[in-house]
Design a binder for this molecule. Sequence first.
Ligand code: 1HE
Length: 268
Amino acid sequence: MLTGNAQAATIADPSTLVVDTVGPVLTIGLNRPKKRNALNDGLMAALKDCLTDIPDQIRAVVIHGIGDHFSAGLDLSELRERDATEGLVHSQTWHRVFDKIQYCRVPVIAALKGAVIGGGLELACAAHIRVAEASAYYALPEGSRGIFVGGGGSVRLPRLIGVARMADMMLTGRVYSAAEGVVHGFSQYLIENGSAYDKALELGNRVAQNAPLTNFAVLQALPMIAEANPQTGLLMESLMATVAQSDQEAKTRIRAFLDHKTAKVRPS
Ligand code: 1HE
C-alpha cells in the first residue's frame, strides 16, 4: 500500500518546466534555477506529462537547464521524508520518466552546462545526444550521501563510460570536467560556454530532417541490437534494414542522390 508521499509523486508542477516549440523541435527547460534545477517530484511528474504528449509535428526534443546549471540531481530535501517502500516506488517512477526519454518517438538531445550531478547525470544519460559546454561537470555524490543511484544510472552510465569509471566516481567522489567528459563518453559534443542550447537546437533541426523510419531504427532498434547476442542482433539488423530501405522515403532519398540532387558527404 502506498503512503501519501509516494502518491504525491504523481502530481505535476508545470512551473518547474519551461516548454517551447522552435520549428520542429520541442524544448524543455528544467526551471528550478534557485535550487540548481534539483529534480523534485513535481518536476519529474511534469516531465513525464510533457514527454507523454509530444505533438505530432515535433521531430526532436531538447532538454536544457534554466540558469547556470543543468541539474544538481535528486532534490535531497524530499529524500529525507521517504521510507523504504516509498523509496522503491520513487526509483521506479524515475525509471518510467527516463524511459520516456530513452524510448521517445523522436530523438532527445540534452544541452549540458554547470552541474550535471547525480540524477541530473542519469537524466542526461537517457537522452540520445549530449552536448556539453565547457562549464559542464559530472559527479555522482550518491556515495558520500550514503545513497545509490536510482534513476537508471547504473544501467545507462556504464554503457557510456564503463563500470570502472562509474565505480570510481561513486566511491571517491571524482568529478569529471566537460573536456574529460567528451573523451570518456559522457557527451558526444564539447562546445564553448553559452552555446549548448543553440548547438542542441541546431542538432535537433538536423535530426528532424531524417526519414522518420531512420530515426525509429536508431532510437528503438539500434540499442536493442547492440545488447542482443550477435546472431540475434544480425538478424534484427537485417530485418530493420529491409524495412527501412523498402520505405518510400528511402527510395525517394536514394533517387535524389543518384540524380545529383543532394549534398555530398564531406569532412566537417
Ligand atoms: C539543492 C540541491 C539538491 C542544490 N537537492 N536542494 N545532488 C547533490 O548532492 C548536489 C548538491 N548540490 C551541490 O553540490 C551544489 O548545490 C551545486 C554544486 C549544484 C551548486 O552550488 P551553488 O553554490 O551554486 O548553490 P548552492 O548554494 O549550493 O545551492 C542553491 C540552493 O539550491 C540551496 O538551497 P537554499 O534554500 O539554501 O538556497 C541548495 O540547498 C539547493 N540545492 N542542490 C536539494 N540536489 C534517483 S537517485 C539520484 C540521487 C542523486 O541525484 S544524489 C545527488 C544529489
